[in-house]
Design a protein around this ligand. Structure first.
Ligand code: F6R
Length: 255
């Protein structure tokens, strides 16, 4: 073993659950979130947008319909496009309102998304302060980009990065173009929680479905952590769970 390896950080393997279908993944992820809420008097969730968690929010809304309360929950979303406000249907604030906040009894103002219309440096600083004031994030939900991004931390992001203004990778802009009206440009910049911010969550739940995520998941956990694959930073965290379907997990250890 080289001296560098001998003194390097401790690396961890995530707990892995591979399920048959995206529907089974959504059910398991929602159940995991609900278990967390049941054990925490004042839960603080980190939340994600994108296609993957849509069915999770459906299940959480259904749980609310059968009596689960989200009144004690505070949440912090990972990211937002610069320039988009909550009234813009392509914004993540609008997505969260539509798919989650409006469907449960989370208290007004307790579901937070970085403000894409504010001065980015101020928004980022205030967001970090609000997370700290809430006592830190108890459970962080993450998706993964095909390029290994988590939040909008694109390849090359430092593992100790904090909430900040970032430039989106072209592949990310293309992947998210269907969420924008035809002829509208996908913003080039975003505000995202940093990798360092994400790693401070006490527990992390990474969710992936579909064959397009298989390479990114493999790169995240089957090689040494490397900023070229931002999700590989999750190896530095002792309490990461990965819930994925067989298509996304086909290149992981036991799948
Ligand atoms: C979303 C986010 C992104 C997505 C990722 C996967 O808030 O931060 O990292 O989780 O781009 O997106 P989907 O689920 O659409 O494949």
């Amino acid at each position: 073993m080289s001296p560098a390896a001998a003194t390097g950080p401790t690396l961890h393997r995530p707990a892995l659950v591979v399920l048959d279908s995206p529907e089974a993944v959504a059910t398991a992820v929602a159940a995991r979130l609900l278990r967390h809420l049941a054990t925490e008097p004042r839960p603080v969730l980190g939340l994600a947008t994108g296609r993957t968690p849509l069915a999770v929010y459906d299940r959480l809304a259904a749980a609310h319909g059968t009596g689960t309360s989200f009144a004690a929950v505070q949440s912090f979303n990972l990211d937002e496009y610069v320039g988009l406000g909550a009234s813009d249907p392509a914004s993540f604030a609008h997505y969260m309102q539509r798919h989650f906040f409006d469907r449960v009894d989370i208290a007004a103002g307790q579901g937070r998304v970085p403000d894409g219309t504010g001065d980015p440096a101020t928004v980022a600083r205030d967001y970090e302060a609000a997370i700290a004031k809430a006592g830190g994030i108890g459970l962080q939900l993450l998706g993964i980009g095909t390029n290994g991004h988590i939040g909008f931390n694109e390849p090359g992001s430092a593992f100790d990065s904090r909430t900040r203004l970032v430039t989106l990778a072209e592949s990310t802009r293309q992947a998210n173009a269907p969420d924008f009206p035809r002829g509208t440009e996908v913003p080039r910049e975003a505000i995202t929680m940093g990798i360092g911010t994400i790693l401070e969550a006490r527990q992390i739940l990474l969710v992936a479905t579909g064959a397009a995520k298989a390479e990114a998941l493999h790169a995240a956990f089957h090689a040494a952590p490397d900023p070229d694959c931002p999700a590989s930073a999750l190896q530095l965290h002792p309490r990461v769970e990965v819930i994925c379907d067989c298509a996304a997990g086909r290149r992981l250890w036991s799948a």
